[in-house]
Design a protein around this ligand. Structure first.
Ligand SMILES: O=C(O)CCC(=O)N[C@@H](CCC(=O)O)C(=O)O
Ligand SMILES: [Zn+2]
Length: 350
């Protein structure tokens, strides 16, 4: 790895460098791999990789892959770092333009979801709201948006995908699942569904309205096929069983290398699709949330069950069972306490 000191200074690798420089404003650095791939480190925790012009890009695509937008969701960070180490060691050749992002390095150092404010609510311009003025997470969200915009513009002739990798706070009855941001009239492409299955993600959740998450920004503003991908449970650095993340690691590596999708790709019937029917928001001082703190994602509630109330509104499960995802009462007023979802009867069409 010694040839890459210019990117990572005295640090052993990208992750170590990102942790050691978490709160620094770095001047951009660049390096070229022996195979001609250019790597630019525009700031801490971001690498922009461009294969040599002589390499073809068989899948005609450009990829944005992010992790660590929540600092304590460490397994996907370790997965991306491993892939970077393999690439720098010359174990394989990159064939497509790639923007790799570790979202919130100060929160990664602290081992916390965020420092001041949940960064995954600050995209799609939300970082500019008065309440977030001057907060480092707002500045970082704005910077990441700009880097993604430039990357998308540079590679506008290629199909753009964004995978924002996370792990969940609660246990989950479905360990791995992806969320597809809402964009009016858009359907999930079949090849993206096949990719999710290749990555051992067998559950897809369709959002019902545009949001201010990172994946919502890249899909609404940049026209990317974007997914937030939940890959397991939150654990500190060094405590992840990376064997449980081999699916996403191998599937991403395959895309980075420009190889075709596996010939014996799994039947789409293995993908279970849910849709969001209701977003629970913390409505203020009278808000009562009736879901226990330790309930697992995808726990189902029978019709008529009261999920939350606040004196004015009482939300009950409708005529068919609904399940809860991301229950979290510890959020500021106005923010998401959870999603109520139901299984979709008719496959992929909305
Ligand atoms: O486990 C939890 O409660 C949260 C896990 C997480 O960070 N999920 C993302 C989902 C983003 C999306 O809705 O696309 C988040 O809450 O930001
Ligand atoms: Zn997360």
């Amino acid at each position: 790895m010694s040839g890459f000191r210019i990117l990572f200074d005295a640090s052993s690798d990208w992750l170590a460098h990102s942790l050691a420089n978490a709160s620094s404003e770095l001047t951009p650095a660049l390096a070229r791999l022996p195979d001609g791939t250019d790597i630019v480190r525009p700031n801490v925790g971001v690498l922009e990789l461009t294969p040599a012009a002589t390499h073809s890009n068989p899948n005609h695509e450009a990829l944005i892959v992010s992790a660590g937008v929540h600092g304590n969701e460490t397994a996907p960070i370790e997965v991306l770092n491993q892939l970077v180490n393999e690439l720098l060691a010359g174990e394989w050749t990159l064939t497509c333009p790639l923007l790799l992002i570790l979202g919130n390095p100060p929160a990664m150092v602290a081992g916390e979801r965020f420092i001041d404010v949940n960064m995954n609510r600050l995209f799609a311009g939300a970082h500019g709201r008065d309440e977030y003025r001057g907060l480092p997470e707002a500045g970082r969200a704005s910077e990441l948006e700009q880097l993604c915009r430039e990357f998308a513009r540079k590679h506008s002739g290629l199909a753009l995908s964004h995978y924002d990798l996370h792990t969940a706070i609660r246990p989950s009855l479905r360990e791995k699942f992806a969320l597809y941001p809402f964009v009016e009239g858009r359907e999930v492409p079949v090849e993206q569904c096949r990719f999710l299955l290749e990555a051992e993600v067998e559950t897809l959740l369709l959002q019902h309205k545009a949001g201010t998450t990172f994946s919502s920004f890249t899909s609404s503003e940049l026209g990317a096929e974007s997914f937030t991908v939940e890959l397991g449970k939150v654990r500190p650095f060094g405590q992840n069983d990376l064997g449980r993340f081999a699916g996403i690691r191998d599937a991403l590596r395959r895309r980075f290398r420009g190889e075709p999708a596996p010939a014996e790709s799994r039947d789409l019937g293995h993908l279970t699709i849910f849709e969001v029917v209701h977003e629970i928001l913390n409505t203020g001082e009278n808000f009562q949330f009736h879901v226990p703190d330790d309930v697992a994602n995808f726990t189902e509630y029978e019709p008529g069950t009261v999920i939350w109330e606040d004196g004015e509104t009482c939300y009950r499960v409708g005529t068919v069972p609904e399940a809860i995802v991301f229950p979290n009462r510890e959020v500021p007023v106005g923010q998401r306490v959870g999603l109520m979802i139901r299984a979709r009867a008719s496959g992929l069409e909305r």
